[in-house]
Design a protein around this ligand. Structure first.
Ligand SMILES: Cc1cc2nc3c(=O)[nH]c(=O)nc-3n(C[C@H](O)[C@H](O)[C@H](O)COP(=O)(O)O)c2cc1C
Ligand SMILES: Nc1ncnc2c1ncn2[C@@H]1O[C@H](COP(=O)(O)OP(=O)(O)O)[C@@H](O)[C@H]1O
Length: 345
């Protein structure tokens, strides 16, 4: 269906009905964020695919592949998100499709299957889900899920049910225990690593916590588009970043950031820079829509049309309405100094 690649490696993106690479070793779940807990669920299927590859070394591999084909490490998820299907409300995501693919690629996943989440799929019993989707369509050879995984009609199947049902087809199921945020005390059910906890942390500007739970910095990525061209007049040009419509935005306000600049038209290495960013409506200039704007420190040049990957480092302050552009300019200067102090530390 789609072959999204960067740096030579790629993830094959397919639906359950079209263009599947089989057989598969499957990690099942929604995986929004691809956080540390998700990564633990994905790990067993990577090992399985890798181990089988090792077995082929020294054998007549073409013949061996035919007899015992290596399963493709495959993440199986739902599209749209089941929450969106049941409520009709579009859901903002920590990792919209392109970002999810990129994260899975960096983990070494070979295939992402988007199961079309519709009335038919949501009505399948746990038995039917295993038989039709996992066995017949995905030709699944092994499965990994988190301990709290639920599936089938009205989410009535548990991880243990999956283990029992898949066992009838001799498909082993790894049930991965819930991961907790060890740095947050006391250790209770509330600090299990989850997409919701990361969303809550981002919503209050606790970037350190969100980044810790993700196992990497939370990023906002997109193409640089033109704004009102006011920034340059106050000495702080700001690259306006166009995000995917379904990207989850953290708390509005000003951030210290690290930026990676990719030029999609050139085969050059990405450039790494530090900077400050504002997410908000820009009340000082009576802005109406929400913008995401980055000013890069110690840098000048044209960024229009380039792709920026902005990594959040720290929330600095809420957005304010200033009485003049001069006052805004002075504050942005202070923001740059505050960010520089953080980077130096
Ligand atoms: C670090 C930083 C902090 C900012 N803080 C505010 C703010 O507190 N209030 C505000 O109205 N706009 C703020 N802005 C947004 C500016 O209003 C905006 O960059 C300016 O209007 C220029 O936008 P333009 O170049 O897209 O026309 C901030 C921008 C940056 C880069
Ligand atoms: N240090 C910098 N940080 C961000 N953008 C910069 C910088 N230096 C130059 N630019 C360029 O200036 C543009 C932003 O200028 P600005 O006047 O704010 O216009 P716009 O409103 O179109 O964003 C960026 O898109 C980029 O091409």
């Amino acid at each position: 269906m789609l072959n999204l690649s960067q740096n030579g490696c790629s993830v094959w993106v397919a639906s359950s009905t079209e263009g599947l690479l089989t057989p598969t070793a499957v990690a099942l779940g929604k995986f929004d964020g691809v956080h540390l807990g998700h990564q633990r669920v994905i790990q067993p299927i990577l090992q399985s695919a890798g181990n089988q590859e090792k077995q082929h070394i020294g054998e007549n591999s073409a013949q061996s592949d035919r007899e015992n084909p290596r399963p493709y490490s495959t993440v199986v998820t739902f599209d749209p998100h089941p929450h969106e299907f049941f409520t009709g409300q579009p859901r903002a995501l920590l990792t919209p499709l392109d970002e999810k693919v990129e994260q899975l690629r960096s983990l070494g996943v070979e295939q992402l299957v988007l199961l079309p989440f519709d009335r038919d799929l949501s009505a399948l019993s746990p038995e039917e889900f295993v038989d039709k989707i996992l066995v017949q369509q995905l030709q699944c050879q092994e499965i990994s899920v988190g301990q709290d995984f639920c599936f089938g009609k009205r989410r009535m199947g548990t991880a243990q049910d999956l283990q029992m049902l898949a066992g009838k087809y001799h498909i082993p199921v790894t049930i991965v225990p819930i991961q907790k945020d060890g740095d947050s005390l006391p250790t209770t059910d509330d600090n299990r690593i989850s997409t919701s906890l990361i969303r809550e942390s981002l919503a209050i500007g606790d970037i350190a916590k969100a980044n810790r739970l993700l196992g990497r910095p939370y990023t906002l990525s997109g193409e640089v588009i033109a704004g009102e061209k006011l920034g340059r007049t106050i000495g702080f040009p700001t690259a306006n970043i166009q995000l995917p419509k379904d990207k989850f935005l953290p708390r509005h306000g000003v951030y210290a950031i690290a930026v990676i600049i990719h030029d999609p038209t050139l085969d050059t290495l990405p450039i790494h820079k530090l900077g400050v960013m504002n997410i908000g409506n820009r009340p000082t200039v009576n802005g109406i829509d929400t913008r995401v704007e980055a000013h890069l420190l110690d840098w000048s040049g044209d960024l229009y049309g380039k792709n920026l990957v902005v990594q959040l480092v720290k929330f600095l302050r809420p957005e304010q309405k200033f009485s003049s552009l001069e006052a805004l300019k002075n504050q942005i200067q202070l923001d740059c100094t505050a960010a520089q102090t953080i980077f130096n530390a």
